[in-house]
Design a protein around this ligand. Structure first.
Ligand code: PLP
Length: 471
């Protein structure tokens, strides 16, 4: 009897080799891929989608044909793994992590609870502890790897909400307009009413006005509300600015608020000397979101939450079921008790393997390179009279606008620059709105983005800015 779902030794080799060859060829060419889909006719994309929307066949197909389709679909995309990706928050995805994932999925161990794979859970816990140590959490701290920063922020809000007990209706949360939208979403998903959110104003430097925070908390208390959580950003998505963490920590302590830091973008800059100085105060947080799929270059699907007191996370998430009664207590925590997932993949290996293979110093150097590149790009762009750079980069995001006396004209010209640069398809940039103004961003974070491509982006921005302002 032959079981087609169980390839034999030879078949496994052949299948794996074919997939590996395709993947390596793809990665080899990342730098040559068009940066985005700019200018690709809509009809072409629709036709590709229609072909790929077909249901699976009853009978087997050849692997080569299957991979052709996967490759075509992978190419028809924003090049998020290559050096050209300077939009949103890049990460890149380490090749070594992909191999770790292959191993993890081929061996398919259950790591929701420690008893079923104690060694692998310890391996993943070593990464969680390393993250907690980077942040400066105490020994009783810990955390869990999630699929991304949004889920990590959600778990943090849920842990903080626990302090309110059952009566959450008057619970109040403080953040700034520069906070990532996933924080507001987490508050909503955690069952708090829309009125729970308080937007604290920012100072001119886009950092939380901590005096205003203190006043708002006091007023809310007087009005009978229950302030319980303040969320600071450690690297905002818009401009990479870091809220004044020590001052926010002081207010949080005085007022008995849970202090969460969303360091999804900026967190791993803690590995560098400059980043550590900029992020001072993060060690006072009750919880910190870190996103290895951003500033640790892991593949998408890798986020983390670390907390000062693991019991707080456990109190919010642990449940028991009779069907789990054989599993007992373990020295290393059960991840299922620390977040919403019971069955979960082994996420730690895709971080653990590259860290062991390359060493932490390689990551520190890569992040230092991004800080240098951001300064380099900033200085070059700031020297261009057609451009206005209102903020020097705190970390590795450079924000800019076209200079014009009238803000509406500046917005339109900045948008035109974005369109021109992206139309070249050598780099891909994105925009945002800061203080109500259309703002272009250069987000330098992918491990494959080096000076050559950053200079290309800077050249393209300057050329476009001159054209649109002269035209
Ligand atoms: C500051 C910040 N927090 C949270 C998130 C959400 O993370 P994810 O996209 O991994 O869910 C992002 C995403 O860009 C972010 O920049």
């Amino acid at each position: 009897m032959r079981y087609p779902l169980e390839p034999d030794h030879e078949d496994m080799h052949r299948l794996a080799q074919d997939v590996l060859d395709r993947a390596i060829a793809f990665v080899d060419r990342l730098a040559e891929h068009p940066a985005s889909l700019a200018g690709v006719p809509e009809g072409e994309i629709r036709s590709l989608q229609r072909r790929l929307l077909q249901p699976p066949p009853e009978e087997p197909e050849k692997l080569a044909g299957i991979l052709d389709r996967v490759e075509e679909a992978s190419l028809a995309a924003v090049e998020t793994a290559g050096p050209s990706y300077l939009a949103y928050i890049p990460g890149g995805g380490l090749f070594a992590s992909a191999l770790a994932d292959f191993y993890a999925r081929a061996t398919n161990r259950y790591v929701g609870m420690s008893a079923t794979a104690p060694g692998l859970v310890a391996l993943e816990w070593s990464i969680v502890r390393w993250l907690a140590d980077i942040v400066g959490m105490p020994a009783q701290g810990g955390g869990v790897l999630f699929s991304g920063g949004s889920i990590a922020n959600f778990a943090a809000v849920v842990a903080a909400r626990e302090r309110l007990g059952e009566a959450i209706a008057d619970g109040t949360v403080y953040l700034t307009e520069e906070a990532h939208q996933s924080v507001g979403k987490a508050v909503r998903l955690a069952g708090l009413p829309q009125g729970a959110l308080r937007v604290v104003p920012c100072a001119k430097d886009l950092r939380m006005d901590v005096g205003a925070l203190a006043d708002m908390v006091a007023q809310d208390r007087q009005a009978g509300r229950r302030p319980f959580l303040v969320v600071a950003a450690a690297g905002t998505t818009n401009t990479g600015v870091i809220d004044p963490l020590p001052a926010v920590a002081d207010v949080a302590e005085r007022e008995g608020l849970w202090f969460h830091v969303d360091a999804a973008y900026g967190g791993f800059f803690l590995l560098t000397k400059r980043g550590r100085a900029a992020l001072r105060g993060i060690e006072q947080a009750d919880s910190v979101t870190l996103d290895p799929h951003k500033s640790l270059f892991a593949p998408y699907g890798t986020g983390a939450l670390v907390v000062r007191d693991l019991e707080a996370l456990r109190a919010a998430h642990a449940v028991s079921g009779h069907y789990l009664q054989d599993l007992g207590e373990q020295e290393v925590p059960d991840f299922a008790d620390l977040g919403p997932e019971l069955t979960r993949e082994l996420r730690g290996l895709r971080i653990w393997l590259p860290l062991h293979l390359y060493g932490v110093a390689a990551f520190r150097d890569a992040l230092d390179e991004k800080l240098d590149l951001a300064q380099h790009a900033y200085l070059r762009l700031a020297a261009e009279p057609a451009l206005e750079l209102p903020w020097s980069p705190t970390l590795s995001i450079v924000a800019l606008r076209v200079r014009a006396a009238d803000p509406n004209t500046a917005d339109a010209l900045t948008r035109a620059v974005l369109e021109r640069v992206n139309a070249g398809r050598r780099v891909f940039l994105s925009s945002t709105v800061v203080e109500g103004r259309f703002t272009l961003r250069l987000a330098i974070l992918a491990h494959r983005s080096h000076q050559g491509r950053v200079d290309e982006a800077v050249d393209a921005i300057i050329a476009a800015a001159r054209t649109v302002t002269e035209g």
